[in-house]
Ligand binder design. Structure first.
Ligand code: ATR
Length: 280
C-alpha cells in the first residue's frame, strides 16, 4: 500500500488552526488517502518551511497569517483569482512547479449562496475594509452579479483605491469606494465585515440605517457568540446575522477540490465545527 499524500497548513501562530480537523474530515468523507498537519514557520522562515515540506514529499499547503503575500511571491504560476486578490492561501506542488491559488473569496461566496441561501445577483452589497481580506472578496463578489458593490473603509482613500483597481473587472456593475461616514442615508441588502475590528472586539463606527429589509450582516471573523460587528448590526436592524465559520470550511473545500479534484460535502463538517466552537 502506498503511503498517504501529505498536506499542511503553514502559519504563525498555527496551534489553533482548524484546518487539520476540516481536511481530515473531508478525507474520511471522500475516501481520499491523505494526511494533513499544522506547521509553525518562523516569521522569517516561510519559504524554507515550504521547501522543507515539499522536499519531504508534501503535495500542497494552505497558507495563513502572516504569510499570504510571501506565498503569492513564492508561486511560479498563479490562478486569476490569486492575481486579483494579490495574496495566496493555497499552494500546490505540481512536479517542479509551485502553483498558487486563493480560495478565500470563492469560499465566502459559496457560504453566502449555499449555506446561507443568500441571493447575491441583484443585491446591494457593502464590503467593509480595504486590506487583504477585502481585496480577496471583490472579484468573487462581482462575479455573482450584484446590483452594486460599495467598498467602505476607515481610511477612505484605501477604499477608493481598491474600488479603482477593480473598475474594469466590474464592467457595468456600479462599484464605488468611500469612507465609513459617507455611508449615511444609504441602505444595503448585504453588509460584509472584512475589517480586522472584531479582533479587538470592536465594531467599525457606522452610521445607522444601513440595513435594508431582509438584509444579512456577515462577519468574516467567527467565534463563540456574536462578534462586536454582528451585535451592532442586530441593534441597527439587520434581519439575519452570520459569522465566517462557513467561509473557513468553504475555502478549505475549494482548496481540497483544487488538490484532489473531489468536492467534499461541507454541511456535516460545518455543523461539527459549529458544535466545537460553541463548546469552547
Ligand atoms: P486583513 O489582511 O485582515 O484585511 P489588513 O490588511 O491589516 O488586514 O487590513 C485591516 C483592515 O481593517 C483595514 O481596512 C483597516 O482599516 P484602515 O485601512 O483604516 O486601517 C480595518 N480596521 C482595523 N481595525 C478597525 C476598526 N477598529 N474599525 C474599522 N476598521 C478597522
Amino acid at each position: 500500500m502506498t503511503s498517504p499524500d501529505r498536506y499542511a497548513v503553514i502559519g504563525n501562530p498555527i496551534a489553533h488552526s482548524k484546518s487539520p480537523l476540516i481536511h481530515a474530515a473531508f478525507a474520511r468523507q471522500t475516501g481520499e488517502s491523505l494526511v494533513y498537519e499544522a506547521l509553525l514557520a518562523p516569521l522569517d522562515g516561510f519559504a524554507q518551511a515550504v521547501e522543507d515540506f515539499r522536499a519531504a514529499g508534501g503535495r500542497g499547503v494552505n497558507v495563513t497569517v502572516p504569510f499570504k503575500l510571501e506565498a503569492f511571491a513564492l508561486a511560479q504560476r498563479r490562478s486569476p483569482r490569486a492575481e486579483a486578490a494579490g495574496a495566496v492561501n493555497t499552494l500546490a506542488f505540481d512536479g517542479a512547479e509551485i502553483f498558487g491559488d486563493n480560495t478565500d473569496g470563492a469560499g465566502l461566496v459559496r457560504d453566502l449562496q449555499f449555506n446561507l441561501d443568500t441571493q447575491l445577483a441583484g443585491a446591494r452589497i457593502l464590503l467593509l475594509g480595504a486590506g487583504g481580506a477585502a481585496r480577496g472578496a471583490v472579484l468573487p463578489l462581482l462575479g455573482a452579479h450584484p446590483a452594486s458593490l460599495t467598498i467602505a473603509n476607515r481610511t477612505a482613500s484605501k477604499a477608493v483605491a481598491l474600488a479603482g483597481a477593480f473598475g474594469e473587472a466590474a464592467g457595468d456593475i456600479p462599484l464605488d469606494g468611500c469612507g465609513l461616514d459617507d455611508l449615511g442615508g444609504r441602505a444595503f441588502d448585504l453588509v460584509i465585515n472584512a475589517t480586522a475590528s472584531s479582533l479587538a472586539d470592536e465594531a467599525p463606527p457606522l452610521p445607522s440605517g444601513l440595513y435594508a429589509a431582509g438584509s444579512l450582516a456577515y462577519d468574516m471573523m467567527y467565534g463563540r457568540g456574536d462578534t462586536a460587528f454582528l451585535r451592532a448590526a442586530r441593534a441597527d436592524g439587520a434581519n439575519r446575522l452570520a459569522d465566517g465559520l462557513g467561509m473557513l470550511v468553504e475555502q478549505a473545500a475549494e482548496s481540497f477540490f483544487g488538490w484532489r479534484g473531489v468536492r467534499p460535502d461541507t454541511s456535516p463538517v460545518l455543523a461539527e465545527l459549529r458544535r466545537r466552537v460553541d463548546a469552547q
